[in-house]
Design a binder for this molecule. Structure first.
Ligand code: PGA
Length: 249
């Protein structure tokens, strides 16, 4: 049985007071016992929130990391720093990092290696722009994102990873991929994993859906056999919405 995971990517939102209050609301909420819960706050709050969540089932991730180990990289945060504050997961290659910060598959492969070397879990994001879907390029684009960012890993290492498929045209737009579109791409990703690593490895890796996932569409999305949960942006900023999504399996 693959893990079911619901992760809240808070992006660049919330003051410290608001962030702590949101975490407290989640800590006192009633969640489906079978779901792994993850919050992904801005770096500045990760340490405090990891401490607040330490004895709970809410895990804490961060939204990015450096591809370097340490040294003169002003403004960057290394995986050993991230690990030292009790964070367990790192988003790698979110479409906003790819689009606004020029992150390409080769550097993302280095970040994945850093995260794994620190003993943390990378959540490797992939997904196409609308223009690529319109040209019917979306399968080959996602394939190259996975091949170039992830498939250098051994079978053992890739089983420590989580994949998130996020069609860029569905992120923050209110337009969700239909359940069929999500399942189609998730099944494609599973097949790529099977071709590369074999059936049992492919069956072990959680593949999350992200892009305007809300309480009213989560159930339909999560009902798909290859959708193992969600990476939630906007709706993760409201405790009751995040709880409702996490309880949608
Ligand atoms: P959204 O964002 O839920 O606001 O569409 C998802 C994401 O970018 O992770």
């Amino acid at each position: 049985m693959r893990k079911k995971i619901v992760a809240g990517n808070w992006k660049m939102n919330k003051s410290k007071t608001e962030a702590v209050a949101l975490a407290q609301d989640l800590l006192s909420a009633d969640f489906d016992k079978t779901v792994d819960l993850l919050i992904i706050p801005p770096f500045l709050y990760a340490s405090e929130l990891a401490e607040a969540c330490a004895d709970s089932r809410v895990q804490v991730g961060v939204q990015n990391c450096s591809e370097h180990t340490s040294g003169a990289y002003t403004g960057e945060v290394s995986v050993s720093m991230i690990r030292s504050v009790g964070v367990s997961h790192v988003l790698v290659g979110h479409s906003e990092r790819r689009e606004y910060f020029g992150e390409q598959n080769a550097v993302l492969a280095q970040k994945v290696d850093q995260v794994l070397a620190a003993g943390l879990t990378p959540i490797y994001c992939c997904g196409e722009q609308l223009s690529e879907r319109e040209k019917n390029n979306h399968f080959s684009l996602v394939k190259s994102q996975l091949e170039e960012g992830l498939f250098h890993l051994s079978a053992e290492a890739i089983q420590q990873c989580v994949i998130a498929y996020e069609p860029v045209w569905a992120i923050g737009t209110g337009v969700t991929a239909t359940a069929d579109q999500a399942q189609e791409m998730h099944a494609f990703i599973r097949q790529l994993l099977t071709d590369q690593y074999g059936e049992s490895v492919a069956q072990a890796i959680p593949v999350l859906y992200g892009g305007s996932c809300k309480p009213d569409n989560a159930q339909e999305l999560f009902a798909n056999s290859d959708v193992d949960g969600g990476l939630i942006g906007g709706a993760s900023l409201v405790a009751s919405d995040f709880v409702a999504i996490a309880n949608s399996f």
